[in-house]
Design a protein around this ligand. Sequence first.
Ligand SMILES: O=P(O)(O)OC[C@H]1O[C@@H](O)[C@H](O)[C@@H](O)[C@@H]1O
Length: 238
Amino acid sequence: MDWHDYDAALFDLDGVLTPTAEVHMRAWRDLFTDYLTLRGITDRPYVESDYFDHIDGKPRYDGVRDFLASRDLTLPEGEPSDGSDADTVCGLGNRKNDFFAAALAAEGVEPYAGSVALLDHLATTGTKVAVVSSSRNAPAVLEAAGLADRFEVVVDGQVAAEAGLPGKPAPDTYLEGARRLGVEPGRAVVFEDAVSGVRAGHDGGFGLVVGVDRGAGTDALTDGGADRVVTDLAELVG
Ligand SMILES: O=P(O)(O)OC[C@H]1O[C@@H](O)[C@H](O)[C@@H](O)[C@@H]1O
């Protein structure tokens, strides 16, 4: 990998820089297992592949809506300010966030060592870096992981909602990250562990889309638009 071929690297956060995709995954499992059980829906319980097929990488309320649609269920949209007990798309998403916040507070977060090694390397090559995450928790996770100071540009779920940008798999948040860095998408590399995210990078016309396989699978990431797939970002050092 010759980093002089590129001006910037845009990183997804959960599952790329920090192992928090797993924390989100558990929170979604707890939410939907409770939800389906309480409603007596037992014919198709929540299973692990539901996360990768319907939720992974998408903004909070899109994840709720898309999972419910997989079970032919719909709920009123509600408002982001809905309490976590509201039977709305936003209420369920906020309930999931209660599970996520509790786990983050209890467990803390350490970044992936290989990802830190790549960030250290990019600091020496002068490559610009940004975080592009669907999560509204991205600033808190970056802070908890000790990575916040490394990124001047962070396009997170809250920023996207305020700017009216559609979330992944739409390319808009990655394009906004490149715009804020002042680089052409064709000269930037996207790092993503979710199929929705590699699709966003591919459709945004980025110079290279790297799939990071943390469980989605090489085939799914390649089919989604990844140009190459790695299991650790240290593979891209030097
Ligand atoms: O609910 P939040 O923190 O805004 O996160 C939304 C999504 O953020 C993404 O980064 C994760 O891959 C998803 O699993 C998560 O659901």
